[in-house]
Design a protein around this ligand. Structure first.
Ligand SMILES: [Zn+2]
Length: 476
């Protein structure tokens, strides 16, 4: 790596994507990229972590078509309005014009809910908690950026139906807990769950909650959204059920979309350093790499020990690789550091003789020798220390870059510094528009979910009565 992250984050990001062979941006359609094996392996780990939590919380997998017929798509008018400028159309097959045009899904509410209408009959059919993984398509007009903003991106979407709005609200909390478990606990990514202002809600939702984290350039990025749809969609898609008392009621819905491409990008950006990726243990496709340090005449003993240690590590369920490539140890070190492999075990003649292993941890690049019989315990201990240290650094960064602003002047100066600006806000869209144009682009991202932060006094920008404590930031 040539570019220092701190000196030029944006170019550093481009370099790491290329050097670590994560994506290729040379495909012939703007906003569409190739996910190469090195990023797909990381992404598959994120999927696996999410799937596990979704299964634990009684979600079931499903897969709906990527095309949505126009008649489905146009049913919910607010939803159509929100997405019509962003959809890709399929109007022709071979030389025939299609009788009914279709769109490529920008999100799947209108694909899934007509089927829910057929499947749900009585309260016994509820709740329905389904999720699907795959890609969605949006004709982005803003500048695209690999993994951060594209016209095709990978995500998971959950679509739940409940018999009461209270249960639907509980689901929103569960979505938060799932995100905490995956993003914060396993990936070391802190986030703020923000109740988006009315004008920034998902088209057709009663409430939208965005899960924002901060990238090293101080810009916020939404990595998950969850929406309380209430009965907005069930009304138009006729998702009704017969309740216990025999009356017909509308289903109460939620949906949630963890952006898998963006989660992977956040991990790259937040934890990465001047040597490349730095992956938390749970996300790493290879968690431990063993690099033999071989000298002429001593290859056999070293390789035997490497194989032994590999077997031991493997048996404990850790993803381990023995790098037997015909390359210098130095070149292998460079490669695995670039790939962000959390732990490297080095074994040479010295380690054979001393019944030891040398362990290198990627995050702080320190190296220490341990008794080889304790290898697995040591690895697990270091793995957890790597994660907590990455998480703490990320959290410190968010805390340090969340600044209060009491006045217009403070709003202006803190907006300049980047990160989140927290301030008393009047809750008006016109004021948010003025803040955006007046500060060079910070957007009101919403109020903190579940917090009892109360505004005191006046809106920091316009001086009218404040109704909430809002967070604003420049964003991706
Ligand atoms: Zn105001």
């Amino acid at each position: 790596m040539k570019i220092k992250k701190e000196a030029d984050f944006s170019s550093w990001y481009d370099e790491v994507l290329q050097e670590a062979e994560l994506v290729d941006i040379r495909y012939g359609v703007k906003g569409f990229i190739i996910y190469r094996p090195n990023i797909m392996r990381i992404i598959n780990q994120v999927y696996e972590l999410y799937d596990k939590e979704l299964e634990k919380t009684d979600h079931s997998p499903c897969q709906f078509p990527v095309v949505i017929p126009l008649s489905y798509f146009k049913k919910e008018s607010v939803h159509v309005k929100g997405f019509e400028d962003e959809v890709f159309w399929v109007t022709k097959a071979g030389s025939h014009e299609l009788e009914e045009p279709m769109i490529l899904r920008p999100t799947s509410e209108t694909a899934i809910y007509p089927m829910y209408s057929l499947w749900i009959r009585t309260y016994r059919d509820l709740p329905i908690k389904y999720y699907q993984t795959g890609s969605v398509y949006r004709y982005e007009t803003r500048a695209t950026r690999p993994l951060l903003r594209g016209r095709e991106f990978l995500w998971i979407e959950t679509h739940n139906v409940y018999s009461s709005i209270e249960d639907a609200r509980e689901q929103v909390k569960q979505d938060m807990n799932i995100a905490k478990e995956v993003l914060y606990e396993k990936c070391g990514i802190p986030f703020l769950m923000l109740d988006r202002p009315e004008w920034d809600r998902f088209a057709g939702a009663q409430r939208t909650y965005g899960f924002d984290t901060l990238l090293p350039d101080g810009k916020a990025i939404q990595i998950v959204t969850t929406h309380l749809l209430g009965d907005n969609f069930s009304k138009v898609f006729d998702i009704q059920f017969e309740d216990k008392d025999g009356t017909k009621k509308l289903g109460q819905q939620t949906c949630c979309g963890p952006g898998i491409s963006r989660i992977a990008a956040s991990v790259i950006c937040i934890h990465g350093d001047d040597y490349g990726l730095v992956l938390p243990f749970d996300m790493a496709p290879v968690q431990v790499v063993i690099v033999p340090i071989v000298f002429k005449g001593e290859e056999k003993l070293v390789m035997e020990k490497c194989t032994d240690i590999k077997r031991t590590i493997e048996q404990s369920g850790i993803r381990v690789k023995l790098d037997e490539r015909d390359m210098s140890a130095g070149a292998k070190f460079y490669y695995w550091e670039l790939m962000g492999t959390p732990i490297r075990v080095e074994i040479g003649p010295k380690e054979v003789q001393n019944h030891s292993v040398t362990i290198f941890r990627r995050d702080n690049r320190s190296r220490e020798s341990f008794e080889d019989k304790n290898a697995v315990v040591t690895i697990l201990r270091i793995a957890s220390s790597v994660l907590s240290s990455l998480r703490k650094n990320a959290e410190d960064y968010v805390n340090k870059n969340t600044r209060n602003a009491k006045t217009k002047e403070e709003l202006l100066s803190n907006a300049e510094k980047g990160g989140f600006v927290k301030f008393n806000f009047c809750g008006k869209e016109e004021c948010a528009d003025e803040i955006k144009s007046g500060t060079g682009g910070i957007e009101v991202r919403g109020t903190l979910f579940g917090s009892d932060e109360k505004p005191k006094g006046k809106c920091a920008w316009c001086g009218k009565a404040a109704t909430e404590v809002a967070y604003a930031a420049k964003s991706y």
